[in-house]
Design a binder for this molecule. Sequence first.
Ligand code: BG6
Length: 517
Amino acid sequence: MSETTVLTSPARAESSHPHRRPDPCTMVIFGASGDLTERKLIPALYYLFRQGLLPEGFGVIGCARTPYTNETFREKMRRAVVKYLNVPPDDSAFVESFHKGIYYITDDFGDPAAYEQLKQLLDKLDQDGGTGGNRLFYLATPPSFFPQIVQHLGASGLATPKFPGKSWTRIVVEKPFGRDTESARELNRILTSVFQEEQIYRIDHYLGKETVQNLLVFRFANGIFEPIWNRRYIDHVQIAVAEEIGIEGRGGYYEEAGLVRDMIQNHVLSLLSLVTMEPPSTFEATAVRDEKAKAMRAVRPFPLDRLHEYAVRGQYVEGWENGRKLPAYRSEPNVSPQSTTETFAALKLYIDNWRWADVPFYVRSGKRLPKRVSEITIQFRRAPHLLFRGTLTRAVEPNLLSVRIQPDEGISLRFNAKIPDTTMQIKPVDMQFRYSEAFATSPPTAYETLLLDCMLGDPMLFTRADFVDLAWELVTPLLNRWKEDGKKGLYFYEAGTWGPPEADHLIERDGRTWHAL
Ligand code: BG6
């Protein structure tokens, strides 16, 4: 076996988290030749390294089917860091230090010999880097490979900690976690037949976003919002996760997934649970995840006999953006010309508990919408008695609290103010908090936060099995019905617009409208 080298991270004298440096460990990425490793994982690890947040002796082993040597894989990762992090091509921290901790094993995921080779390399890195046997496996392959990788890890003895009680072994599972209730349960059964639940980290990168975590701080570190965070004061809530991009060459995956599996079952329902959960008693993984699951358990199943009042699905057709023609979903590569896969969904949800009874949650998400924006808006009830009514020329608008998750991260509160004049005229104005103005530093990316948490053994921002199951239980009947319906009830929208008009009808039927984004 070739000589191994381990990383020496630059100490971070100015580190704001001196205590957040994990134990030495090695991370093994299955599916390392894919997009996720280049775009997200290696850039996130590199950022952590630059901040001195990676442990001494940290190493990464990439495993995938495409043949690379250590050297050619390192070069590919260097190019990725240059491309996605904008560092110069000869960035000295990378070429002199970081890249030396990167290794590669060619593996078709089904050959026991590859796991044997992996084991030997891990043992060698343990020795050279003093990792104490700590390992982090990351499943970044297409999900059809998850079961065999997990089973091979079990069979080769790699799933159990090398030094029980002293070292740790964890596994991160990328989405999609199953494609319906049954397949998610089966995947979970396979995972838990090899790993303990405490070792399993199901990743949902939305939970690692700084603004999403700030939702908890906003709600529970301030005394003034929680008393009005309920049905007595809130009229309804809107959650929008809009994307300008299309499916970006992922036709094969998207045809199998569709918008609800890709965005709603995981990201949007996680947001919903954070907005609606009860205050946990401590800021600790079990307490937080218990409350998230309780909120999910209270979401009312879709009434299948009146589904059109609760769920609208759309698919984009050809459209225009700044003079550029955008293709229809059905003409994207690897997409069937008759596809009925949804690229947009608008849903109405209710949470059947005392806090939220009768408060509708309107959710919309889609590809090829006019802009990329994720926002949660709480619309409060109107003032109970309008003493100004006789003097006004226009209706007084309700108060809105908007949590902008991305881009232009921040929170704003809309309230009514008197227009300076000798007459009594009222106009809504916004009180704004912007991250970029309030804090001088740029926030860590979601993957930085989540990888670090995983190395530190903090599963709070990862999805527990019960939540995954509840989320699938909610959306599976909807997806099954849409599948049965085929093209009936699939509405089209031009690429670059806000979805089909039927999505507007869904909310307008209740006397409300979507907020401008
Ligand atoms: C991923 C989806 O989980 O999230 C993609 O598979 C989507 O289709 C992406 O584009 C959006 O993430 P972000 O962080 O850019 O909002």
